[in-house]
Design a protein around this ligand. Structure first.
Ligand code: GAL
Length: 351
């Protein structure tokens, strides 16, 4: 079942639609045209109690003022580009320095701040909404007119499928992700430190003090970055380990085991023991930034006045590695003119 409503209006007077999609099990999600934001995800716990397990806001203005990317699609290039510079086909491109002299999540006017076009759909997999955006040649200083779409499908297996497609008229770089903060005890339940993570990964990409990858991989064995067995987020989050210090907690890219272009991998789980809720993450991308909300500070009240203080949500940002355009040893985020950009990530909810 799909319901479409008007969520609000931007400061420039653009109307923002919201879609709410419910499956046969009573699971639902809501998404808005602003930033292609996933605003709500209602799932049942072991007793059939429903809760909203993503952080979000109640007005367009809050999303316009937000700087934590709650629920949004970020682009053209998710995560960081060191020194806000990259070279493609011999041409150097200078981007916005919006993060300590580096570029974060595309730049100042990111895709998370745009009003996307939208349409609802139903197909053999389920029902959902598709958001579309045209990013002109030179937008945020990236080359090529890039036309992208992200399709959110809710299945009757309680999967929320995120399918990204795109094409550029010139060679460019493209790295799109969704920045949802999950809290399986409910968006307004406090911190996520007791929730457990498992990751199908033996390595992280080493980061420097500014969270720029160095090009080196670190074997997680024996470090607080090891989630090869399920571990509570809070167990080692303040450990005396240089990577943890640089990220002020978890804010790192894990290298997905068994990555091959186009192949879906089961990469992560998040579990809340008390409610029995569990989320599984699947993707065909090479990396995932696990970010434990270290910079959340409840600057803007959340849905129903919830206070999103530090570490009240955790993101699984599936992506090409940070700064991969400047690290030839990493899987390449280059999108050639006329070639299709196509990636899929799935968040599946179980109890
Ligand atoms: C994450 C990033 C963090 C922080 C956050 C937004 O993706 O890795 O360092 O910038 O976005 O607050």
């Amino acid at each position: 079942m799909i319901k479409q409503t008007i969520f609000g209006t931007t400061k420039d007077g653009k109307e923002v639609k919201e879609y709410t999609v419910e499956n046969a099990n009573g699971m639902s999600f809501s998404a808005i045209e602003f930033g292609a934001v996933i605003r709500k995800v209602f799932t049942k716990d072991k007793n059939g109690e429903i809760a909203d397990v993503v952080l979000g806001f109640d007005s367009v203005q809050d999303y316009e003022n937000d700087d934590t990317y709650l629920g949004a699609v970020v682009g053209r290039y998710a995560n960081r580009i060191g020194n806000a510079t990259f070279t493609l086909n011999g041409v150097e491109y200078k981007l916005d320095k919006n993060d300590n002299g580096n570029t974060l999540h595309g730049g100042i006017d990111g895709y998370d701040k745009r009003v996307w076009a939208s349409e609802s759909f139903a197909d053999e997999k389920g029902e959902g909404v598709k958001f579309m955006l045209v990013s002109e040649d030179g937008d945020q200083s990236y080359p090529g007119k890039l036309e992208i779409a992200v399709k959110y499908t809710l299945t009757n297996d309680n999967e929320l499928i995120l399918e990204y497609t795109g094409m550029s008229d010139k060679d460019t770089i493209c790295n799109l992700t969704n920045h949802s903060y999950f809290n399986l005890a409910g968006h307004d339940s406090g911190d996520v430190l007791n929730q457990l993570i498992w990751l199908n990964s033996d390595f992280i990409t080493e980061a420097d003090e500014q969270s720029i990858t160095t090009g080196k991989l670190i074997d997680v064995k024996g470090t607080p970055m090891d989630f090869t067995t399920e571990t509570a987020i809070g167990d080692r989050i303040d450990a005396d380990y240089y990577q943890i210090k640089f990220g002020a907690g978890y804010d790192h890219n894990w290298v997905i085991k068994g990555y091959e272009k186009g192949k879906m991998n089961f990469i992560a789980t998040l579990r809340d023991k008390a409610s029995g809720r569990k989320m599984e993450v699947y993707t065909d991308l090479p990396g995932v930034q696990v970010y434990s909300g270290n910079f959340l500070k409840a600057r803007i009240p959340g849905k129903n006045q919830a206070k999103y203080t530090r570490r009240t949500g955790v993101c699984f940002e599936t992506q090409y590695y940070p700064d991969s355009i400047n690290k030839p040893e990493f899987p390449s985020p280059i999108l050639k003119a006329g070639e299709e950009y196509k990636t899929t990530t799935i968040y599946k909810f179980i109890v």
